[in-house]
Design a protein around this ligand. Sequence first.
Ligand code: ZN
Length: 354
Amino acid sequence: MWHGIYGHDSVVERFRQSLAKGRLASSYLFLGPPGVGKHTLALKLAQGLLCQGSEAHQMDPCGQCESCRLLEAGNHPDLDLIGLPPGKRWLPVDLFIGDREHRHKVGLCHNIAMKPMLGQRRVAIIDDADHLTIESANSLLKTLEEPPQGTILILIGTSRSRQLPTILSRTQVVRFSPLPTEVVADLLIQQEIAADRSQSTVLARCSEGSLQRASELADPELWQLQQRLPQQFSPQGFDSIRLGAELTALINAAGKETDARRRRMRAIFQLVGKHFRQVLRSSCGAACESGDPQTLAGEQMAQLDPSVQEYALAAIDRCLEAEMQLDRNANQATLLECWLDDLADILTRSLTPS
Ligand SMILES: [Zn+2]
């Protein structure tokens, strides 16, 4: 653990060594699942680099100096933070070089070229780098290639495949792994997101190592849904019309904002996918209790009940497909209806003797 950040000791060590050798790069690209602490680590790193009470190579921000206090208040003049504006799906070029009337007079690229106000350097953190447009990325290239002395830029995204080649070739990639399940469970208790240990354990298991995902699932309505999944998504109990109405109400209850509804819909697809993974896992008993069905070895697969194996795998695939369709901006009502219809087909087939 480094300054309250769990699960990323190797990343911290990498920066510690680079700083000790005086070999800190100027541009980094943090890649990893959402909600594992990439932004938190970037911010703490920035605090250590800007701190006036300790040397940068110590990576131990004092928390007391003017720089640390301004940074913790979200008000540091030498730190630029940008991310997706509310309701937007792309990082607009204006954030980097200003709007048409103020081109190159404001924005991140302008700010970062200025002399630091407090210390020796400036730091910029660019969240949501998956959502850079080609124009936005191009406006950043010169800054990435010839950054002012001491400047550090940290871009934060989820996967390599979602980055533009121009950005990949100009940054050092730092990979973040999903958090271990027990770390997520501890954080859920620590941050009072889970009510008790049993809830934190279940949420952590469904979180795929992301605290953000676990927090979304802790939403009481989703939590209730998760408790009812075994009956509602069993071949005998599946009623697509009733479920359609219930899930539509659940999605609408997330609010009027499209993004909020989209997040809830994604959480539903993930929960149901997770449920079918659990079905697959239980059907093969102790032999693969701890394994993920997606990575089961051939002999373990052979021990599965073939009919359960068939419907559970088809259902898992359909949930993953639904997530991809959501990413591609499919109409949400149609997507939900088609997904439920397909699950109904899959589950009904499993009841028909072949
Ligand atoms: Zn300090």
